[in-house]
Design a protein around this ligand. Structure first.
Ligand SMILES: Nc1ncnc2c1ncn2[C@@H]1O[C@H](COP(=O)(O)OP(=O)(O)OP(=O)(O)O)[C@@H](O)[C@H]1O
Length: 289
């Protein structure tokens, strides 16, 4: 009898996680699977549970949550043969979007896991920590840091207010990049390193990035005025910003991003202050898609 260990982030998608897990489990049982459902008290405990779960070599380690939860699952299955299943219960779900998984529907997502096949895909690695989607360090990171300092309001509105506040004062940043051994000094609004194409809920900043090409897509948004930034922003949803004259793009195996006082966020999680070196790890995980 196949076995799935299902790890849920109850805080994901404003509490959607537990509901999606409860929709999904009967589908597994109906298909003759045995399940073990686990929930950590916080992200650290969840990561410990995920590592122990992967060591048990189940037929699938299933994470129920958003990109942060997927990120925890990736740390646990990277370098193992355990396939990762995803019940996308988050707000952004960018990793799940890449595989066209059904969002916010536990039963449909469970069926995709039960009927899907495992695809071997690349991860990006920073030190000993992996990410599946996009690491961004620039305007968006400054907005995140501002939002984290705010006590009110909550949720998406906090990010909207932080974005508006930052737009008023933001100036292009100086970066030093090392792209596969070649150094570049430049000014930019944002530097993004894409293993996958999108972040922030379908913003295709690294449009065209593929999870199985053994390469990272480094995207530079060179200096643009405030109004131009606002005008260009909606183009991120379909990737049409790539034709903008201030957009620059490189495909590399390894990149170091440095800029004073800037923090890098990947898969929506804080990865720490720059400089950060990101390396592509080809074929690091199997994802059921
Ligand atoms: N018990 C827990 N297990 C896992 N993560 C938890 C837990 N409690 C709090 N968290 C935190 O929840 C945060 C958000 O999780 P997640 O990404 O799964 O959902 P989301 O933010 O709604 O979705 P998305 O990242 O796709 O927008 C993570 O940063 C993680 O640290």
């Amino acid at each position: 009898m196949p076995r799935a260990i299902v790890l849920t982030n109850p805080t994901s998608g404003k509490g959607r996680g537990a509901r999606m897990r409860d929709e999904a489990l009967p589908r597994f049982h109906g298909a003759g699977w045995r399940t073990t459902a686990l929930t950590g008290r916080d992200a650290d405990e969840t990561l410990d549970l995920a590592r122990v779960a992967a060591a048990e070599e189940p037929d699938a380690l299933v994470v129920c949550g958003g990109d942060g939860m997927v990120n925890l699952g990736l740390q646990a299955v990277a370098g193992t043969d355990v396939p990762l299943g995803i019940l996308p219960a988050g707000t952004g779900n960018d990793f799940a979007r890449y595989f066209d998984l059904p969002l916010r529907d536990g039963a449909a997502a469970a069926v995709r896991i039960l009927e899907g096949t495992a695809r071997t895909v690349d991860l990006a690695r920073v030190g000993d920590r992996y990410f599946g989607g996009v690491l961004a360090a620039g305007f968006d990171a400054v907005v995140n840091e501002r939002a984290n300092r705010m006590r009110w309001p909550r949720g998406q509105m906090r990010y909207n207010l932080a974005t508006v506040a930052e737009l008023r004062v933001f100036r292009p940043l100086r970066y030093l990049l090392d792209l596969d051994g070649t150094e570049h000094e430049l000014e930019a609004m944002l530097v993004a390193v894409g293993n996958g194409p999108s972040f922030g809920g379908g913003l295709r900043i690294a449009h065209g990035a593929e999870l199985d090409d053994g390469l990272l897509d480094v995207v530079l948004i060179k200096p643009v005025g405030r109004m131009e930034l606002i005008r260009t922003f909606p183009k991120l949803f379909d990737g049409s910003h790539v034709t903008h004259p201030q957009y620059e793009h490189h495909r590399v195996r390894r990149v170091t991003v440095a800029s004073a006082g800037i923090v890098g966020y990947a898969d929506g999680e804080r990865f720490g202050p720059l400089p950060l070196t990101v390396e592509c790890v080809p074929g690091a995980v199997r994802v059921i898609a």
